[in-house]
Design a protein around this ligand. Structure first.
Ligand code: F6P
Length: 559
């Protein structure tokens, strides 16, 4: 195992520490003194235009950050990941989500641990495409012969957040008369509400679970199966016997998993199951067969276009020098803010309603990956690690929490994401509404960077104590990510961008960004507490006093 390099021992860290001492950012002055700053710090990333110029860095600081990446071995670690080394040390696994979007097998296929990865990936992708087309065309029908109108993806975490985020983002492309719904929470409200108006005869369930052991997903899958059987028998669509129920499941359930034996044990025909591999982390799996709901609703071509977008960014990261490497630079900026300027959170603010689920998706990607206190060799981290990622689409956020970003006491770096062309070009009395929306994006990043001085406030006629209240300090850092339109390829680029930002930060901190042991304890305890909530006295007695009191409250108020 390659030992992690303690970033705090590198010369670059010392350079950054001295740069931080007495650091006094001055975006107004920097732009005034250097008219080329915007152009110099705006970089292309496939179809994305990424403007880093409103970040709180000088060229010297950026140089030190790039040296930090060099001195902590970011490029070497990336090469190790791409070649299939087992960089997921705690699970002894390769990390090869980048292989999911490699083009069709070439003359030099990627072979890892004796497995022809390219062949396997494309075999599943082709099967997925064929199945998606069968559902879209109506060749695949429900048990009573009706065409599918709704697919319901049952999954959680990475088996939910990626598909639902992409579906919401690209829904305008859903062209086969098939809609998707997503059930994730074990709160029965979720499945009850999402199925309430559906017709069992035209509904196809996709049970998506990497492990096929996840409590929420298996519980919801069983509830969905009961709902299907009850609905079909109530209308006499199927007979009330085992053979008919098995037949109904074969027509209305498919699965995506790495554990095809467990899929079969659930009663889903293995012929209707799509596999993936343990070297794909759940939060990195939207571009695997986990995207089946997308291939069905948006079409296999759109799904493949999404993959090309991911691949373009993978290639950028692989081939671009660190000082022009956009995901690496954005990861380094996050390290600067987290470790030197004490930022604790990071806002992601899409100026696109279609990206309403993007911040939630990024929360799992970034926080499950880099929310760690030990390094990949088991030793404690030497710095602060993962930030809290959060956000809402503009302009909703403007009327909710932007006040704190503009005038609060905390430093909150923010990424703004916007698109030149809207999915729905509407106008209001001759005014292009999307242009108005974009004016808000530009106005916010400008206000955050340059603020408003007391003199400017006074020049508008304000006096006294109000002057301070109405002044804006500026120097609030933002990155602007702009693209022509939200196409599948552009969305793939955006997702891959954040995957690689997360990876860069993880390497610098010495973290294994690909395990998630921190979610295990709660899962185990839920299983232990389940009998207690069911009234088992021994199980209640085994709990701590606070949990016992909450259990007592539950029993007292149960209706
Ligand atoms: O919450 C932990 C986790 O393992 C996530 O990493 C994963 O995406 C999610 O649960 C769902 O897991 P699975 O796809 O195996 O059902």
């Amino acid at each position: 195992m390659t030992a992690p390099i303690d970033p705090t021992t590198t010369p670059a860290w010392a350079e950054l520490s001295s740069a931080r001492d007495g650091f006094s950012p001055d975006l107004r002055g920097w732009f005034a003194d250097d008219p080329a700053r915007a152009e110099r710090l705006s970089l292309p990333l496939a179809d994305l235009h990424v403007d880093l110029s409103k970040n709180l860095v000088t060229d010297e600081i950026l140089g030190s950050l790039v040296r930090l990446a060099e001195q902590t071995g970011v490029a070497e670690r990336y090469a190790a990941m791409l070649s299939g080394e087992h960089i997921n040390t705690t699970e002894d696994r390769a990390v090869l989500h980048t292989a999911l979007r490699r083009p069709a097998p070439a003359s030099d296929p990627l072979v890892v641990d004796g497995q022809d990865i390219d062949h396997d990936v494309h075999e599943v992708l082709d099967a997925l495409s064929v199945f998606a087309e069968r559902v879209r065309s109506g060749e695949w029908r429900g048990v009573t012969g009706k065409k599918v109108t709704h697919v319901v993806n049952i999954g959680i975490g990475g088996s939910d957040l990626g598909p639902v985020m992409v579906y919401e983002a690209l829904k305008p492309l859903a062209d086969a008369g098939i809609q998707a719904r997503f059930v994730s929470n074990i709160d029965p409200t979720d499945i009850a509400q999402k199925t309430a108006d559906l017709d069992p005869e035209t509904t196809l369930f996709i049970v998506a679970s990497k492990t096929f052991t996840t409590l929420e997903t298996l519980t919801n899958a069983r509830l969905a199966r009961e709902w299907l059987w009850a609905g079909l028998s109530a209308s006499d669509a199927i007979a009330d016997d085992d053979a008919s129920r098995t037949d109904a499941v074969a027509h209305h359930f498919v699965a995506v998993s790495t554990a095809l034996d467990r899929v079969a044990a659930f009663g889903i025909d293995p012929a209707n199951a799509f596999g993936f591999w343990d070297w794909v982390g759940g939060r990195y799996s939207v571009d695997s067969a986990i995207g089946l709901s997308l291939a069905i609703t948006l079409g296999p071509n759109a799904f493949r276009e999404l993959l090309t977008g991911f691949h373009a960014v993978d290639e950028h990261v692989r081939t671009t020098p660190l000082e022009r490497n956009v995901p690496v630079l954005m990861g380094l900026l996050n390290v600067w803010y987290t470790n030197f300027l004490d930022a604790q959170t990071h806002a992601v603010l899409p100026y696109a309603q279609q990206l309403s689920r993007f911040p939630a998706y990024l929360q799992q990607l970034t926080m499950e990956s880099n929310g760690k206190s030990v390094r990949w060799d088991g030793t404690p981290v030497t710095t602060e690690t993962g930030e809290v990622f959060w956000g809402e689409p503009g302009t909703n956020g403007q009327h909710a929490f932007y006040q704190l970003i503009h005038q609060g006491t905390r430093l909150i770096p923010a990424d703004f994401i916007a698109f030149v062309n809207p999915a729905y070009p509407l106008s209001d009395d001759g005014q292009d509404v999307h242009a108005l929306f974009l004016a808000n994006f530009l106005a916010q990043t400008k206000a955050l960077a340059f603020g408003k001085t007391a003199e400017e406030v006074e020049a508008e006629g304000t006096t006294g104590a109000l002057v301070a209240a109405r002044a804006f300090s500026g120097n609030r850092p933002t990155t602007s990510i702009f693209a022509p339109s939200l196409t599948p390829a552009v969305l793939g680029q955006l997702i891959a961008l954040y995957e690689h930002i997360t990876f860069t930060q993880g390497v610098i901190w010495g973290i294994n960004s690909f395990d998630q042991w921190g979610v295990e304890l709660g899962k185990q305890l839920a299983l232990q507490i389940a009998p207690a909530i069911g009234g088992d006295a021994d199980a209640v007695a085994a709990q701590d006093p606070s949990t016992q009191a909450l259990l007592a409250y539950y029993q007292e108020h149960r209706s």
